[in-house]
Design a protein around this ligand. Structure first.
Ligand code: PEP
Ligand code: MN
Length: 441
């Protein structure tokens, strides 16, 4: 078998494309497209994540649950990037560690669903599977899987990553600029005022460096990596290439790819696919996971025990983290496999509000991060980062936060195509609260 063919293993959550010839034509076109990321960048990210595995860096991943073509605008991308950068400064200061920054961006276009179809007023249609597959609109034509949407996803991802590179390398992301945005947040919002002390401390540190004459290059540019779930295997395989420098396969659709909670079966196609690519990868781990099964996947995905190769992104729920996380951490740590422990405090905390909206409570999100830190403190292991669903806009999708979005206010600006995201203010508030946890360690 060549490096770029895959065994025919069961693959969960794949679209049923209506026309095989049309699919093949799309895949051929995708295989001929230029890479969105370079193998060398993926290797650098693995090294940086390796630092997080050892406790010398902290990981921050933030972005949409599901990107959409409609929201792939300069304003929307900039707002998300700005939010993650603002969060990262606060965390860098509090952790006194470099923060590895990643977006759920430039490729987060495929979604796993709990049900393959959706029924409204007696009409049953395929579920929305992400903009790379079909459209959110509840209409038979819109919901039919269309492989040409994968080409659109590729081009949208290329446009997004191009803009992100320009923003992060071209001076827009200058540390002092990002800090000034944080000062605006502290000055102008009720939530921000609570964090005045920390923002002032950061300001003093920056003024001190400035007074000393320090103006490092590192202030002017940041590395920002693109991450998404490697769910749509047709797309990911078509974008997997042999790197000419090393002769090894990389999935050039994004820097970091993860395997979701619903597709991480041992013996399934997603785990097999992830095991063959050299990108740094993630594995979502929910409360039903058994320590033995997770260790088995860890050994498949990181047989060479490379620090940074594998992140275990745990999403237990605020109420279950204290009980469900320790046995998994203990089992994996006892094996000696050096994974990065990352907390996703979103996916174990989803519930339906009285208004009918799918939501999450800000307090539960904070509660799970607290529980995650506490488990790692008790076990003497390393909490390596956080993974957040957020947007840079003032949406009303998660309840709580100092702004106090209530269940009956969710309808005001509920815009997500899939899961509820923290808005800009809730995201910054989370960063300050996590900073407090890091400072108290
Ligand atoms: C997601 O990250 O949007 C997701 C579906 O998560 P999980 O696989 O953890 O359920
Ligand atoms: Mn989600």
């Amino acid at each position: 078998m060549s490096a770029l063919t895959w065994p025919d293993l069961p693959a969960a959550q794949q679209p049923v494309w209506p026309d095989a010839a049309e699919l093949e034509a799309v895949l051929e076109e995708l295989r001929a497209q230029p890479p969105l990321v370079f193998a060398g960048e993926c290797d650098t990210l693995t090294e940086q994540l390796g630092q997080a595995a050892l406790g010398s860096a902290f990981v921050l991943t933030g972005g949409d649950c599901a990107e959409t073509f409609a929201a792939n605008t300069a304003d929307s991308i900039r707002a998300r990037l700005k939010t993650v950068l603002q969060m990262s400064i606060v965390l860098t200061y509090a952790a006194s560690l470099p923060v590895v920054k990643m977006g759920r961006v430039a490729g987060q276009y495929f979604k796993p669903r709990s049900k393959p179809s959706e029924t409204r007023d007696g009409l049953e249609l395929p579920s929305y599977l992400g903009d790379a597959v079909n459209s959110l609109e509840f209409d038979a034509d819109a919901r039919r899987p269309d492989p040409r949407r994968m080409l659109k996803a590729y081009h949208a991802s290329g446009a997004a990553i191009n803009l992100i590179r320009a923003f992060t390398q071209g001076g827009y992301a200058d540390l002092r600029q990002v800090h000034a945005w944080n000062q605006d947040f502290v000055r102008e919002s009720t939530a921000g005022q609570l964090y005045d002390r920390l923002a002032t401390d950061i300001d003093r540190a920056l003024s001190f460096m400035h007074a000393c004459g320090a103006d490092p290059e590192e202030f002017k540019r940041v590395d920002f990596y693109a991450a998404h779930e490697a769910l749509g295997l047709d797309y990911e395989r078509a974008l997997t290439r042999i790197d000419s420098r090393t002769g090894l396969p990389y999935d050039v659709s994004g820097h970091f790819l993860w395997v979701g909670e619903r597709t991480r079966q041992v013996g399934g196609a997603h785990v097999q696919f992830a095991s063959t690519i050299r990108n740094p990868i993630g594995l979502k781990v929910g409360p039903a996971a058994s320590p033995d099964e997770i260790l088995e996947i860890v050994e498949i995905l990181n047989p060479d025990r490379v620090p940074g190769r594998l992140s275990l992104i745990t999403r237990m729920g605020a109420g279950r983290v204290a009980e469900s996380l320790p046995p998994i951490v203990q089992k994996v740590e006892a094996s000696g496999n050096p994974v990065v422990w990352v907390c996703d405090p979103m996916h174990g905390n989803t519930f339906e509000a009285s208004s009918g909206h799918k939501t999450r409570s800000f307090d539960d999100v904070i509660g799970e991060v607290e529980g995650f830190f506490e488990v790692h403190r008790q076990l003497g292991t390393i909490p390596g980062g956080i993974h957040i669903e957020l947007t840079g806009d003032d949406v009303t999708e998660c309840v709580g936060g100092t702004m106090g979005i209530a269940e009956d206010g969710l309808g005001v600006r509920y815009e997500t195509a899939c899961d509820p995201r923290l808005n800009r203010e809730q995201s910054l508030e989370l960063a300050f609260l996590v900073a407090d946890m890091l400072l108290k360690r």
